[in-house]
Write a protein that binds this ligand. Structure first.
Ligand SMILES: Nc1ncnc2c1ncn2[C@@H]1O[C@H](COP(=O)(O)OP(=O)(O)OP(=O)(O)O)[C@@H](O)[C@H]1O
Length: 660
């Protein structure tokens, strides 16, 4: 093998290490010691100055809305707190002046050899009184602050709640928990800090300090491009790694490694190996430094001006306090600059909530009232309906060219294999989604032409993935018919029909008032888990009060559906496997009770079980691969000896074989 040295770094190699040109003009590549750092380009000195102002401009519409909202929420407290925020910034300056006055009196008195005790006493009293006033205002503001903060949190929670009520499931999943109480709290704090910073009366000066753009504020990536450093790292990893140990020793190249390491170290010389961000920060941007220093010394110009034009007003004591004045100004400037930078960032979630509150749902609302032609229920027709779920990776649509007709008052049962589109079809009938193409006609009119609110009122749904809410049993059932949510008699009747009355009234001391989930519980992280700890016992008492079985949950959900069915406005009942978790007795009772509600309603059931429903159905739709492959009554479909026949026999055979 030829002896090649080109892979080994040399001193000469260092000179060749020019970074590649940046790919994107908005990026900057900087060589920092052994590293090459890529980051977003920093702004020029001018833009560095106006950067936070641009942020303020972007955030302005939100700040304006926020200010109006806060004012409406606390018309008295808010203006007072604004004044207090500004006062809190001015107060230290006033305190400083009062101290200055005392020192000046002392100095003048000592120079004259005669102190004016009364004037000194008054000055001291003034400072103490002012200090007490500041403390009292502070105490009041802390209390008022909590009140306003709480109202703001509640306000945004309510806005967020309203929006979430209306939002689509998919939109909600995308936005999953971003606006939380903490964010709203922070918004108020930052809003207040901004007021407070502005209260310094130093708004012009604020743009003069803290000019250096910090690398920590920007995204960056760096990698080592120095071959000597990289070689040192590689050699180091060889000796660090226990896995290599035996080979290194047995191969007898320990000396070689040491030699190579020292060689690379020698070629590296004084090139810095410090953390790239630290190196970046230590870079000097002279023009900004000079500007920052000059403007940060503005108080000196004031004092020198005062000395020239009003020398009598200046004293040694005042000059003595100069550094303190400078520090106070710098602190004010830095504070405001920081607030401006962070404000836009912190207002993001508020802006989002404002925007979301104004967005409309994806479903187009129609303007037609729903007035069925007969008392029997509503008629439905599907014409070449296609449906694909948004973002679905499936090659085929969930529903494919579905056409069918359901007469008012019919009992319809949909059967079919898993994934054949049964639930999807129900979702379209309930107008949870709109079809991608084709159309659904209700009473001969496109479903999209009706007022969504009226369609919802006319439909009762018992879905497969029903949920119980963290409310009482009574409300969980009553909410099916919101207008009658306090009607205990109706709730109890519905629970009887749904099969939930038995366990609710016997197992729970509070019966229908039993709340299913705990109230909001906030636990201290340091809470002990020990059973002996009395505090832990209290915590355990917070835990869920109602652990229901799947069947019991289904009974409560069914009771809610019965509650809804008691509304005379319901013309369509849709149920997706309503008895999947029930024992045979409960299933039969529930189905009988549901069928008793048929009067005046079109009923559509999805089921995998061949039961009383399929026997009594006016129409059975058999689905496969997104389409309706067979339709008719049980008898006609059995005669076809097709998919329905096969599904039926598979279940019947399984049942019979069990009994052989
Ligand atoms: N939210 C969704 N996003 C994407 N694809 C979906 C979604 N819901 C269902 N699908 C797909 O649509 C097709 C039809 O599903 P659907 O739930 O309507 O079938 P199903 O007949 O009710 O099935 P099952 O008998 O298992 O309940 C399936 O291929 C399924 O994977």
């Amino acid at each position: 093998m030829s002896q090649t040295t080109h892979s080994k770094p040399t001193e000469k190699a260092r000179g060749d290490l020019h970074p590649d040109p940046p790919l994107d003009p908005s990026l900057e590549v900087v060589r920092l010691g052994v590293f090459e750092m890529t980051s977003m380009k920093p702004s020029s000195a001018f833009f560095t100055l106006i950067g936070p102002l641009r942020g303020l401009r972007n955030a302005f519409p939100t700040i304006r809305k926020l200010t109006l909202d806060i004012f409406n929420l606390a018309p008295v407290l808010f203006p007072l707190l604004c004044l207090e925020a500004m006062f809190s910034r001015v107060a230290p300056v006033v305190m400083w002046h009062l101290l200055n006055r005392i020192l000046f009196m002392l100095e003048a008195g000592l120079t004259r050899g005669q102190l004016d005790a009364v004037a000194l006493g008054v000055a001291l009293l003034t400072r103490i009184s002012f200090s007490v006033l500041v403390t009292l205002i502070n105490c009041w503001s802390r209390h008022a602050d909590m009140v306003v903060q709480n109202r703001i949190i509640q306000h945004f929670e309510a806005m967020s709640f309203d929006w979430k009520c209306k939002a689509e499931k998919s939109t909600l999943q995308e936005c999953e928990k971003k606006e939380d109480e903490l964010t709203y709290t922070m918004v108020w704090y930052h809003y207040r800090d901004l007021l407070s910073a502005a209260g310094g009366g130093l708004s012009i000066l604020t743009f003069t300090s803290d000019l250096q753009q910090c690398i920590w504020d920007r995204a960056w990536a760096a990698n080592s491009v120095d071959p000597n450093f990289n070689r040192m790292q590689a050699l180091k990893s060889m000796v660090d790694e226990p896995e290599y140990k035996h080979e290194i020793i047995s191969g007898n190249f320990v000396d070689y490694l040491g030699q190579e390491y020292r060689k690379a170290r020698h070629f590296l010389g004084d090139v810095s190996v410090s953390y790239p961000a630290v190196q970046y920060e230590s870079q000097v941007r002279a023009e900004l430094e000079i500007l920052s220093k000059l403007l940060g010394e503005i108080h000196l110009f004031y004092f020198i001006g005062a000395a020239i034009f009003y020398p009598a007003g200046l004293s040694i004591s005042k000059i003595r306090l100069l550094p303190q004045a400078g520090e106070m100004i710098t602190a004010d400037l830095t504070g405001l600059m920081k607030e401006l930078r962070e404000l836009e960032k912190n207002l993001t979630s508020v802006t989002r909530i404002y925007n979301l509150a104004n967005t409309r749902g994806p479903l187009r609302d129609g303007n037609m009232p729903l007035e069925p032609a007969t008392q029997d229920g509503i008629s439905i027709r599907l014409e070449n309906v296609e449906f694909a779920y948004e973002g679905s990776k499936s090659q085929t649509n969930a529903l494919r060219n579905v056409s069918l007709s359901i007469d008012a008052g019919q009992l319809v049962v949909i059967v079919g294999t898993n994934g054949s589109g049964k639930s999807t079809l129900l979702n379209l009938l309930a107008r949870i989604h709109d079809c991608s193409s084709g159309r659904i006609l209700i009473e001969g009119q496109d479903i999209r032409d009706y007022k969504v609110h009226e369609l919802r009122e006319a439909t009762a749904i018992l879905m497969q993935d029903h949920h119980l809410y963290p409310l009482s049993f009574g409300e969980n059932i009553g909410i099916g018919y919101p207008k009658e949510v306090d009607n205990c008699k109706l709730i109890e009747e519905s629970a009887k029909k749904g099969g939930a009355h038995g366990f609710i009234s016997t197992r729970y001391a509070d019966k229908y008032d039993t709340t299913l989930e705990p109230k909001s519980t906030v636990l201290d992280n340091s809470l002990s888990q020990s059973d002996d700890d009395p505090l832990n016992k209290v915590r355990k008492s917070f835990e869920k009060s109602g652990n229901l079985s799947g069947g019991e949950r289904q009974r409560v959900a069914a009771s809610r559906a019965f509650m809804r069915l008691s509304s005379k406005r319901v013309k369509l009942f849709i149920a997706d496997e309503p008895t999947s978790a029930l024992d045979p007795e409960a299933e039969s009772a529930l189905l009988e009770n549901l069928l008793k509600e048929r009067q005046g309603k079109t009923m559509i059931f999805v089921t995998h079980r061949f039961s009383v429903l399929t026997q009594r159905a006016d129409l059975i739709l058999c689905m496969k691969d997104g389409g309706v492959v067979e339709q008719g009554t049980h008898e006609t479909l059995m005669d076809l000896k097709g998919d329905y026949f096969r599904l039926y026999n598979t279940q019947a055979d399984a049942f019979n074989s069990k009994h052989i």
